[in-house]
Ligand binder design. Structure first.
Ligand SMILES: [Zn+2]
Length: 280
């Protein structure tokens, strides 16, 4: 599956798809989910749980190869989340199939530094976590580097240590402050709220890779719901509404970082909220 927007080719490698409980969004009820039959079964499973995908988007722009988000990684010790713990998936082989052999990657963008977006930043070689993409610059939100680097959160402190610290120590990180043009029409946009240094990726105004501004299409219907992990829920809400407004106005292709199915579609206005119209 691939898309071409403003001369930028975008493809995707899925690491895994997993169910999340309804109360992943604090305000959501099973009735709210049942009221969206259009979301079955790509986005809501037969048990009424959210289907969530963990994947990377792969961008080729002006001959440069960019990976957006690096999922959970293999072999990471994550006892608090069984699906993330000691994984052994074919992600790297899948990257090669897509033409993204690790040593040909020019840039890695982590939309933020939660553990499901940084895992493949590193891989285990001879007992040591080393950068998976040795030639790449790693573009990370400066505020996230600062915040998570000081955190003792039991989930994210170990993830920072094995998936972010090694690329920092290797001198591969370019901290990103605010908006940043990357290559051609690809630019990073500051979208704080879920985390302080959160970034979304826009291709001109024709396509947006959401990061965790949106986790699931149902948030288009309920932009004010609070997602687990939203560090600043009010700012996250404002950022989410602004992104949805902009995507709807521009009729932009929306690529959802945790959206299952094709993960792609468009956002249309619906009353004082929105609807996600998925692309097959
Ligand atoms: Zn995430």
């Amino acid at each position: 599956m691939s898309w071409t927007v403003d001369g930028v080719r975008i493809s995707r490698v899925v690491e895994h798809v997993m169910p999340f409980p309804v109360d992943f969004f604090a305000e959501a009820t099973p009735a709210d989910v049942a009221a969206e039959p259009d979301l079955a079964l790509d986005f809501v499973d037969a048990h009424g749980r959210y289907r969530m995908s963990l994947h990377s988007y792969l961008l080729e722009a002006d001959g440069r190869r960019i990976i957006v988000d690096t999922c959970c990684g293999n072999g990471k010790v994550r006892p608090l989340i069984p699906e993330f713990d000691h994984r052994t998936g074919p992600y790297l082989a899948d990257l090669v199939v897509e033409g993204f052999a690790p040593d040909t990657v020019d840039a890695v963008v982590c939309t933020h530094l939660h553990l499901d977006h940084t895992g493949w930043n590193t891989r285990l070689v001879d007992g040591e976590w080393v950068p998976t993409f040795p030639r790449a610059r790693y573009l990370l939100g400066a505020a996230d580097v600062d915040a998570w680097g000081r955190s003792d959160d039991p989930l994210h402190a170990p993830a920072f240590a094995d998936s972010v610290r090694p690329v920092l120590d290797a001198g591969l990180v370019d901290p990103v402050e605010g908006d940043l043009p990357l290559v051609g029409p690809v630019r990073l946009r500051a979208t704080p709220g879920h985390t302080p240094g959160h970034l979304s990726v826009w291709i001109g105004d024709r396509c947006v890779i959401t990061g965790d501004v949106l986790h699931h299409p149902i948030q288009c219907r309920h932009p004010d719901w609070t997602a687990t992990g939203d560090g600043d829920p009010d700012l996250a809400r404002a950022t989410r509404r602004a992104l949805l407004e902009e995507a709807a106005s521009a009729e932009a292709l929306v690529l959802g970082t945790h959206f299952a199915g094709s993960s792609a579609g468009h956002v249309v206005r619906d009353g004082d909220a929105f609807r996600f119209v998925a692309e097959d």
